[in-house]
Design a protein around this ligand. Structure first.
Ligand code: ADP
Ligand code: MG
Length: 257
């Protein structure tokens, strides 16, 4: 069943998926069929990985979910969002944050100013924006680095700033496209742990694109596997509930769940 906008009731969104992808295909102008007839429902609060080899269409699908590029056929809807702009380019109207592999920070602005940008664009008063951005930087482990410029930060720290910027508007959903793929193993491992902890605390829906099987199992509750045969979803798996987060947060009563 496809919900139409008239049927959605924002007052009672329980059970309604956050994002519904129906028969979505994408063919680029050069003829490449990047995504082929994908059906997906993204449930609120889940940590979902989108796993598959390079070139299988993960980025194309994620970008369409974000409203960056329209499907050639099929629909992507946000059933819980009344009046959401369906299918237009850009994700301005949608309640989401996007993290790319390249953090793309403004080099002339310090960490705090980079994180403040989305708040500034929404017209949030400066003092409040500063406070909210500082709080977000602290949440990603960058307390004390507010005044640092991107050139003074390591790759992992820049990624943390990028995550803080994506979350500062407190979006319902955080889309991440191979965010840690360019980082060294140790940094990547730390960021994985800290991202999980952040998700555990903040309860946004996470969609994490990766080509690493280990990373997807480590992070997520659900793994959507895309095939080398371009653009298809070949499996939709759930990861055993008590792995790995019970182990990860075993020592912290704060995260008892
Ligand atoms: P992944 O993120 O899984 O590596 P992509 O979604 O980037 O895969 O790409 C899927 C397929 O679509 C690939 O064959 C890629 O070359 C092609 N593709 C991606 N973007 C474009 C584009 N803008 N124009 C033409 N082909 C593209
Ligand atoms: Mg990609």
């Amino acid at each position: 069943m496809t919900l139409t906008m008239d049927e959605t009731k924002p007052q009672s969104t329980a059970g309604i998926p956050l994002v519904t992808v129906r028969h979505v295909s994408k063919r680029f102008a050069n003829g490449t069929l990047a995504v082929r007839d994908v059906d997906l429902e993204l449930g609120a609060g889940q940590f979902i990985s989108l796993l598959g080899p390079s070139g299988c269409g993960k980025s194309t699908l994620l970008r369409m979910i974000a409203g960056l590029g329209a499907p050639t056929s099929g629909t992507i809807s946000w059933p819980g969002e009344q009046g959401a702009d369906q299918g237009t380019a850009g994700h301005g109207g949608r309640d989401l944050g996007f993290v790319f592999q390249d953090p793309t920070l403004m080099p002339w602005a310090n960490a705090l100013a980079n994180v403040m940008l989305p708040l500034k664009l929404k017209g949030v008063p400066r003092a409040e924006a500063e406070a909210r951005a500082a709080e977000m930087l602290a949440l990603v482990g960058l307390k004390g680095f507010e005044k640092s410029y991107p050139r003074e930060l390591s790759g992992g720290m820049k990624m943390r700033v990028s995550i803080a910027r994506a979350l500062v508007m407190r979006p319902k959903i955080l889309l991440m496209d191979e965010p840690f793929a360019a980082l060294d193993e140790i940094t990547r491992h730390r960021l994985n742990d800290d991202l999980l902890e952040l998700w555990w605390r903040e309860r946004f829906t996470a969609v994490f694109v990766t080509h690493s099987v280990f990373e997807s199992v480590y992070l997520s509750q659900r793994i959507v596997v895309m095939a080398a045969r371009p653009g298809r979803v070949m499996a939709d798996l759930s990861v055993e509930a008590d792995y790995p987060r019970d182990e990860l947060f075993r020592t912290s009563g704060e995260y008892a769940h």
